[in-house]
Design a protein around this ligand. Structure first.
Ligand code: CA
Length: 137
């Protein structure tokens, strides 16, 4: 009689250990699936942010080139002492407060203001704006 109880107790212990192992394996599987899912979501978000940052950098570069084009034209007016764009002043480009008639580029425009010998060019490329300032001595 004592022997039978011991066998039943051993069988019960073995079943409990197997169930515990299965539970641990299931928990490890669920954790692994959650970690992999989080990595996939993180990669998608990171890729989208990197693309958006690159686009902003690209468009900002276009605005810088537009701004530098304005400075080039303003310095040309100063060097030739002539109002090349016909806005009424030497060294300013389309300085009439009307953005609609600014010299236009492919996706942008620019205008230049002057204060004494300081010239400020505002270049716009789509929705990005860059400002370049020069002093002519
Ligand atoms: Ca001018």
């Amino acid at each position: 009689m004592v022997t039978t109880k011991t066998r039943n107790l051993r069988r019960s212990t073995v079943r409990t250990q197997r169930a515990t192992r299965r539970g641990v394996a299931m928990l490890a599987f669920v954790v692994a699936v959650l970690v992999l899912g989080a990595l996939v979501v993180w990669q998608a978000v990171t890729t989208a942010l990197a693309s958006r940052a690159y686009l902003g950098h690209y468009l900002s570069g276009g605005a810088l080139y537009a701004s530098e084009s304005g400075i080039e034209l303003a310095v040309r007016e100063v060097m030739q002492a002539a109002d090349l764009d016909g806005d009424g002043a030497i060294g300013t480009i389309s300085n009439d407060g009307n953005d609609g008639n600014d010299p236009s580029l492919l996706n942008g425009s620019f205008h230049v203001t002057a204060s004494g010998t300081d010239y400020v060019s505002y270049g716009a490329w789509q929705q990005h704006v860059r400002v370049t300032e020069v002093t002519v001595e």
